[in-house]
Design a protein around this ligand. Structure first.
Ligand code: SAM
Length: 246
């Protein structure tokens, strides 16, 4: 793989970070601000009708922050473990994880491919999307997971994938497409998934926003058997799964 290694002094257990760290920070800050306001205002009036709304807002924001951290640390990986176990990957030798970040899905895909399999991870490693997001961290994680020989990382945009037409049997993307703000670029990125997917290949896309557009884009890109699930509560916010065949 490109530069894959276990960096000295890195933890022996892979750490995939926290999605949308800015949002988690704002939720925690809002929680504390609400607690402080409740104490400040409530101590003056000593009236439960004033204190209870602040307590409710604090609890709501705190729970949302905790749910987002739990989703990143546990929920997402459980969801993908089930999805990949349920996908017929026998014989798949090449895969793409679009927007791989620090590698939680990349590693799971690599473990399920045959010994000669390769999974390509494509990302721009934007730190606002995942805490500590960096190519070197993804490299360290695949090294720790023992799959470095099956992973190739690419620093590229999802709307210009550096892979040939029909070159992968599986494409995965976890929470990547809603991070592309420009609708035209997002549509181009979905079309790229259809382009690189080999006939008979499978697409698995998880996101909590914009999945109807992703499903339409995959159909337009020549995919069939396109399905869009209901909300999956293993993640927060609850995400939908789009599946398709080429
Ligand atoms: C919410 S994170 C999810 C990362 C990873 N899939 C995971 O489950 O932890 C979205 C990822 O998409 C990547 N990304 C956003 N825009 C991108 C672009 N234009 N090209 C490539 N990657 C992009 C970010 O750098 C980030 O790693």
């Amino acid at each position: 793989m490109a530069g894959g290694r276990v960096i000295p002094n890195q933890p022996a257990v892979a750490d995939y970070g926290i999605d949308a760290p800015g949002t988690v920070f704002r939720l925690v800050a809002g929680c504390f601000a609400s607690i402080m306001l409740g104490i400040f205002i409530g101590s003056g009036v000593a009236d439960a009708r004033v204190v209870i709304p602040f307590a409710a807002v604090s609890i709501g924001l705190g729970l949302a922050a905790a749910a987002m951290v739990a989703s990143s640390k546990v929920g997402i990986r459980r969801l993908w473990s089930r999805l990949l176990d349920g996908a017929a990957l026998d014989g798949a030798t090449a895969a793409l994880d679009a927007g791989c970040g620090r590698g939680p899905v990349l590693v799971q895909v690599a473990r399920r491919l045959g010994p000669d399999g390769t999974v390509h991870g494509v990302d721009r490693w934007r730190s606002r999307d995942v805490s500590g997001n960096h190519r070197s961290v993804a490299e360290a994680n695949v090294g720790i997971a023992g799959v470095a020989d099956r992973v190739v990382l690419h620093d590229a945009d999802l709307w210009a994938l550096p892979l040939p037409d029909g070159s992968v049997d599986l494409v995965t993307a976890n929470l990547a497409f809603h991070r592309i703000a420009d609708p035209q670029r997002r549509a181009a990125a979905v079309a790229e998934l259809g382009r690189v997917l080999a006939p008979g290949g499978t697409a698995l896309i998880v996101d909590w926003r914009g999945t109807a557009t992703v499903a339409d884009g995959l159909r337009a890109a020549g995919c069939h058997d396109v399905t869009r699930s209901g909300r999956r509560w293993l993640t927060f916010p609850p995400a939908r799964v789009v599946t398709a065949r080429r």
